[in-house]
Design a protein around this ligand. Structure first.
Ligand code: DGL
Length: 278
């Protein structure tokens, strides 16, 4: 009898730090019925300037920890981890784990929507050095929308600004204006700028001001949330494994008090945080 009871667990959401909270917020807004477990590797953020091997190893450790906590599905709410670790984890590591576990990223869903984002077919991508150098967006967009032009710009100062809670201070303006100007100078036909790092929406008010009005500034949260909902509709065998309850717990590799302070600002609600060693 007991064998027929299917074990359920929360949806795991992973990021190097606070950035994934911008994705989690939209996922919870669209699917408030599920339970969630967020893991921020704040002690080792940023990932954006780290090598392929290190990002892969750190990401695999985090994903394994979320599986160990009972998550049947983990979302890499981090472009750098999606660019550098997702494919290897899906192809090499998952087949050796318990059957039925899944990991999804944020690049593919964003690339799928590129056609709806741009009329000129010229898209600007702002991301970490790791994401930009991986050329993952160029390859995914080219596969799905041949003929599109992708112009990418790494913004190495933006994640440290966010992780240090400086996103709304005047000092951040200099670096916001600098990277936007450099991206737009490269291609005058860009009509959509994708914030291809989950930390960047926290700088949205400054970014929106720096980008001319006729150009869209695209946040990924809503795209990832809609695509995840669609994935769960198409995969009822996974949907059944997700715990319902609407609760959300948080894990950080840093000090929980530090995480709580900043996370509550981003999420506008109190959060329950525990420390985890990876
Ligand atoms: N938020 C992450 C991303 O989307 C990475 C930031 C970092 O750790 O450098 O790329």
């Amino acid at each position: 009898m007991a064998d027929n009871i299917e074990l359920t667990g929360p949806i795991g959401v992973f990021d190097s730090g606070y950035g994934g909270l911008t994705i989690l917020k939209e996922i919870r807004r669209l699917m408030p019925e599920y339970s969630y477990l967020y893991l921020g590797d704040n002690a080792r953020a940023p990932y954006g300037t780290r090598s392929f091997d290190i990002v892969y190893r750190f990401t695999l450790e985090a994903v394994t920890a979320l599986f160990d906590k009972g998550c049947p599905l983990v979302i890499l709410a981090c472009n750098t981890a999606s660019a550098k670790a997702l494919r290897t984890i899906q192809q090499r590591d998952l087949p050796a784990m318990k059957p039925g576990l899944r990991v999804l990223g944020v690049i593919r869903p964003t690339a799928e929507e590129a056609g709806e984002l741009s009329a000129t077919g010229h898209i600007g991508i702002l991301g970490t050095e790791g994401t930009v150098n991986s050329r993952s967006y160029d390859m995914e967009i080219d596969k799905l929308h041949p003929g599109f032009t992708v112009v990418s710009k790494a913004c190495p100062m933006w994640v440290p600004i966010v992780e240090n809670n400086e996103a709304s201070n005047p000092g951040a303006d200099y670096f916001v204006n600098k990277y936007i100007a450099s991206l737009l100078e490269s291609d005058a036909a860009i009509d959509a700028v994708v914030l291809a790092c989950t930390h960047y929406p926290i700088l949205y008010p400054k970014i929106r001001k720096a980008v001319p009005e006729g150009i869209k500034v695209v946040k990924q949260g809503d795209i990832v949330a809609r695509r995840l909902k669609d994935y769960l509709r198409r995969h009822p065998e996974m949907e059944r494994k997700i715990t319902r309850g609407g609760d959300c717990r948080y894990l950080t590799t840093e000090n929980p008090e530090k995480f709580t302070g900043l996370a509550s600002v981003f999420l506008e609600e109190p959060v329950e945080v525990s420390h985890i060693d990876l």
